[in-house]
Design a protein around this ligand. Sequence first.
Ligand SMILES: NC(=O)C1=CN([C@@H]2O[C@H](COP(=O)(O)OP(=O)(O)OC[C@H]3O[C@@H](n4cnc5c(N)ncnc54)[C@H](O)[C@@H]3O)[C@@H](O)[C@H]2O)C=CC1
Ligand SMILES: O=C(CO)COP(=O)(O)O
Length: 334
Amino acid sequence: MKIAVVGAGSWGTALAKVLSEKGHEVFLLARRSEVAEAINHRRENPQYLPGIILPAELQASVEPEVLRDRELILWVVPCQSLRGVLKSLRDYLGSDTPMISAIKGIEIESGKTPFEVLQEFFPENRALMVLSGPSFALEVANRLPTAVVLAGEDEKLVHSFQEALSLPYFRIYRSLDVRGVELCGALKNIIAIAAGISDGLGLGLNARAALITRGLSEIIRLGVKLGAKSITFSGLAGLGDLVLTCTGNLSRNYTVGFRLGKGEKLSEILQDLHQVAEGLKTALAVKKLSEKHQVEMPISEAVYRILYEEESPAEVLRKLLSRPLKAEFEVLPL
Ligand SMILES: NC(=O)C1=CN([C@@H]2O[C@H](COP(=O)(O)OP(=O)(O)OC[C@H]3O[C@@H](n4cnc5c(N)ncnc54)[C@H](O)[C@@H]3O)[C@@H](O)[C@H]2O)C=CC1
Ligand SMILES: O=C(CO)COP(=O)(O)O
């Protein structure tokens, strides 16, 4: 298959490597020519995946022309950049070319997920899909066993792409709950920031386990209100990715939280963060969505206050721990 991956950051590069190893003809569309040149000439993306040797067959380019004859496009740019990228590339794209978003976020302005933004640009396209799940780019690039989930509305289509894109070390499960899979990937990043803060404060493993579990509970509440199936949250995109990013120090979101917990200011952290930590922006989008839909999200709200209202992590923690005691489970629709 002729494939293009748009976005030559760590995840775009790792996915392009997987697809190239599967035998597809892959173009990686980069924004900067030095990134494309390094991939083509040194077989490496030194800024985003240093030390990983890329397949000789994988080609990189900054020319949108390479999108013209592709049979599948993967979108792997930061969520808040997707709209601008689509505006600039739309003329090079077929209206019904199969597309997969591997982006984990929610647009701040519109409250839309990447899938919804793609639908806005390609309203006739019935071949839009979402890829999510626990998958650190570096581990995938090192061919360590990984399981992810591909979701789409057309079961036959999703099934065919599941077969076409899987490798023994990159196992793709399939789902029809696009909304759920996509919201899981976006919302878990805020909980990962919270887990990082907790670890940075030295609150221990009990606290982190409680954060993951109560975090899951609140992201299910919002997700279900927004049309997701609650069972999806117990799958790879939900619990799987929550566990990975809340416990793995390869996570950018967790790392931002950890540094906040250690007392650094967000402005200082942003200065040397050279990759996207989607949870920072998703926290803004979720603040608006949770208020609009009247969903209680104490952990996401706490992260928002630390990030944007300069409340100290210790003060936010004090407030979280003095919330009224309640029943563990509300009745949730399946
Ligand atoms: N890195 C990982 O392990 C994983 C990342 N993701 C998701 O993939 C998405 C991309 O993340 P990463 O590759 O990790 O980010 P990154 O920060 O490593 O790279 C982002 C890439 O997008 C490009 N970019 C940014 N703005 C652009 C614009 N306006 N036009 C064109 N290109 C632009 C950058 O130049 C860079 O190449 C995020 O939504 C992230 O949550 C999902 C699974 C795993
Ligand atoms: O989503 C990820 C792994 O599944 C990557 O997490 P971070 O964006 O926090 O690094």
